[in-house]
Design a protein. Structure first.
Length: 293
């Protein structure tokens, strides 16, 4: 069976890592290479865009895309992991907090903000993942980083106890929703953690179009390949240029070919197969990412 090249919009289930989910997809579809374009915590679920075969070379174009989430904020209990998987570190009475209080706190986190990644995260410090250091009893602090949050809306509110709010969040890459929930609780002068997380969108890939591991198993490898999204879908915003057979052969070897285009372009061979991406300079197209055939 031919190696599949493309993307699969997977509904990652809770209980496994993103890497484990990608490996399972690869095995089910007979892909020699399988990766993903943005980590979801093991306890979280939702859209995980799995890249297969040559599509792994385009993963960065998806990793930079905006994301949307449904997250539950529980007030009155804090944990060391900032989610429901961790150990309780602080409890308090949250009964006086209203839906309006949460909406006002959320508003203060819209825009460009500084955020410190959680101690239990995949960020590297001193050559190790922070979550490994934390589990070894050597928690370290990451450097604060700028992230961008476009929208936080309270979709549902429960006065509890404990107080719970279902939030819809739209943000850019690198935003930790766990940290955002914990920071909102701090702004409310209350303990708090993220008790549920569903990623509903990555770029223009929606959870409503995602497929589960069980559905892939039931369909089987051959039928499931119809679910694979073509490689060039993630770079469809770039203009395209169709090359002659001789130009395509040269481009596949990384050689510049004649051509004019604005900025970055998709390169196709004479059979309309995408073969790579190029940058136009001085009347020539310079391939910087070659996908091959």
């Amino acid at each position: 069976m031919k190696q599949p090249d493309g993307f699969l919009n997977l509904m990652k289930p809770p209980g496994i890592t993103s890497r484990q989910a990608a490996v399972k997809v690869g095995l089910l579809l007979g892909a020699k290479k399988a990766g993903h374009t943005g980590t979801l915590d093991p306890g979280a679920c939702g859209v995980l865009l799995v890249c297969l075969g040559r599509a792994t070379r385009l993963s960065s174009f998806v990793a930079d895309a905006g994301k949307a989430y449904r997250a539950e904020l529980t007030l009155g209990v804090s944990t060391n992991t900032l989610d429901s998987e961790g150990e309780v570190t602080w409890t308090c009475d949250s009964s006086g907090i209203s839906e309006r209080d949460i909406s006002e706190a959320a508003a203060s986190f819209i825009g460009d903000i500084e955020q410190t990644p959680p101690a239990f995260s995949a960020v590297r410090r001193f050559g190790k993942r922070m979550h490994w250091l934390a589990r070894e009893g050597k928690p370290v602090s990451a450097e604060p980083r700028k992230v961008r949050v476009h929208r936080i809306e309270v979709l549902a509110f429960s006065p509890g106890p404990p107080v719970r709010a279902l939030l819809e969040i739209e943000c850019e890459k690198g935003t930790y929703v766990r940290a955002l929930c914990a920071d909102m609780a701090t702004a409310l002068k209350c303990a708090g953690h993220m008790s549920f997380l569903l990623r509903t969108r990555v770029g223009d890939f929606e959870v409503g179009d995602s497929v589960t591991l069980d559905e892939i198993r039931e369909l089987g490898a051959t039928a499931s390949r119809d679910l694979i999204i073509p490689m060039d879908r993630v770079v469809a915003h770039l203009p395209s240029i169709r090359l002659s057979a001789d130009q395509a052969r040269a481009a596949l070897h990384g050689m510049a070919v004649e051509g004019e285009a604005p900025g970055l372009v998709r390169l196709y061979d004479d059979n309309d197969n995408i073969i790579g991406l190029a940058k136009c300079e001085g009347g020539k197209l310079h391939p910087f990412l070659v996908l091959g055939r």
